[in-house]
Design a binder for this molecule. Structure first.
Ligand code: B1M
Length: 228
């Protein structure tokens, strides 16, 4: 990024900077998002607020134009990279747990056919902040990956993320398989992602529906008995 842009960002008021960051995220400018996030942190902004007001809100705007055919996949990929450059700075803060020992192990992954990972990564960060050891399986996970991870890590909770209406039914496939193998009665499953709701989670027999990252971390603590 040019120094000139640096100076401009620093000269902006908080609200102007937030708006500029929405524009920069839209334009996929990773360095500018990194810089904007740094400035807000230096000004004492809470990491959660930077996440919601600057980054998630910016991505919401991107989503509208993506839906309307104004932005296309290559552009939105750049937006995602820009978002991740800001998240990278917030990660150590959000994931900084005040508990020394792990409250439990949480295996999380995006389901088969789905490559969206920003929301999943956020949930993972919040879980780490809540004291969980997070095993992240990444994206595009078939049922075998979840089974293997359950066998290997013996998690307290299994989490699945899906961002597409075409991939969310696959969560039901995984849950059915867990049920068939007698795992479901012992392993709480949390599902989440923008197209989901409680009704869908109930319909596929998921233990819990996580609406957003912060709520999911709270729910996870409740499940392992750390919120009571
Ligand atoms: Co995609 N995409 N995308 N995309 N994309 C959506 C989801 C879409 C709604 C855009 C739109 O049309 N408005 C639409 C889905 C429509 C539908 O299913 N009905 C869509 C589409 C259609 C597609 C493609 C099919 C486009 C194409 O190729 N023609 C394609 C599919 C690829 C695939 O997966 N097979 C595709 C591709 C992509 C990119 C690769 C370009 C990129 C992803 C990059 C990446 O993730 N690394 C991308 C992006 C960025 C989006 C939007 C714009 C943003 C998603 C996001 O990161 N949001 C999205 C539009 C939108 O959602 N507004 C869109 C920010 C994030 C913080 O929120 O992920 O919702 P979210 O996570 C939240 C909660 O949902 C929750 O907590 C998070 C934090 O609060 N949560 C959980 C999520 N997982 C959870 C798990 C939990 C608990 C809570 O427990 C385990």
């Amino acid at each position: 990024m040019a120094d000139e842009e640096d100076i401009i960002l620093r000269d902006l008021s908080d609200s102007e900077l937030i708006e500029q960051m929405h524009d920069d995220l839209y334009d996929g400018l990773a360095e500018e998002i990194h810089e904007g996030t740094t400035i807000l942190l230096e000004r004492g902004w809470d990491a959660n607020l930077i996440l919601s007001d600057a980054l998630v809100e910016g991505m919401r705007i991107v989503g509208i134009d993506f839906r309307d055919g104004i932005l296309f996949v290559p552009e939105v990929l750049q937006c995602a990279d820009a978002m991740k450059s800001g998240m990278g700075l917030l990660r150590p803060i959000l994931a900084d747990s005040d508990t020394n020992s792990s409250v439990g192990t949480y295996v999380i992954g995006t389901v088969k056919g789905d490559i969206h990972d920003i929301g999943k990564n956020l949930v993972g960060m919040m879980l780490e902040g809540a004291g969980f050891e997070v095993i992240d399986l990444g994206i595009n996970n078939p049922v075998e990956n979840y089974l293997e991870a359950i066998d290997k890590h013996k998690p307290s909770i299994l989490g699945m993320s899906a961002l597409l209406t075409t991939t969310m039914p696959y969560m039901g496939v995984v849950i059915e398989e867990l049920d068939k193998r007698g795992i479901l009665k012992e392993l709480p499953v949390m599902v989440g992602g923008a197209p989901l709701n409680q009704e869908f989670a109930d319909a596929i027999n998921a233990h819990t529906y996580g609406r957003d990252a912060a709520m999911s971390a709270e729910l996870a603590k409740t499940i392992v008995g750390r919120n009571i």
